[in-house]
Write a new protein. Sequence first.
Length: 285
Amino acid sequence: MRDVLDDDLAELYPVRGDDDVRLARLREQLFAEKPQPRSWRWVGIAAAAVAVVMITGLVVLLRPVSRDAPATMPVAPATSLPEAAAMLELAPKPTAKYRHVKYQVWQLVTDAEAPFDATSVKFEYDVWLPTAPDEMVLIYRRFTGEHRAVTGPQRPIKDIEGRTSGTILWNSFCAATPCREESISTPLPVDDGEKLEAAAQALLSPFTTAEEKAGLYRRLAEAPAIRWDNGKVFAEGSRWVFRVDPATGEVTGMDVDAPHDTRLPSGTLALSVTVTYEWADQRPS
């Protein structure tokens, strides 16, 4: 290793003649097989050793094995949909047995009969998606009982639960792996304001692969009306707003504004979804 370090040091920092003796002694101390007891006078030598390691790392970086070396995962947060797409494509492939995708959904339920009332109720969806082929997919949906008053007199929660069975978040049914989200291949509408609504199921589906989602990001980014604001993806005139984690590129949520109705408070959401992801080697039986 000394010969390689010497060559790299000589290439990056040619040694002046009067430094030969001092540098030779320093090298002897750095590479001695039996280091002397540590003391304050070794602080300078330890710093020099760190510098040698850093210089060696620079040499490796300056001498790539191939011009076609694969790209590496970006370290800076994404500032656009194309950058988020690159994060999805370059993320390391986990070796865990299952991907657990959890959805927390707040859904608006209204009753048009007088007196008008509106309540937001909560559902949870858990998807356990095996990474191996020919494995059973587990999907759980439950009404949590949590609810929020929006407007009007609140009816008993049992009555409200009976009026909804939860929203459909994705299009495909999958009993065993491999799974595919069918809506991913559906062409997007021509109208930019309708594109996010049309892409909603593919963006939320646990069966959409990272590569498919990255491709969808790029298709959406081509629409001039669709904008990115620190992970919030929206379009003027659209009720659909998506949240994308700038650090991972994953979709972490979606909000849908309620249709205009003077009986509803301003800013009422018809649907609010929060999505979390984890990898695990075990799942519920």
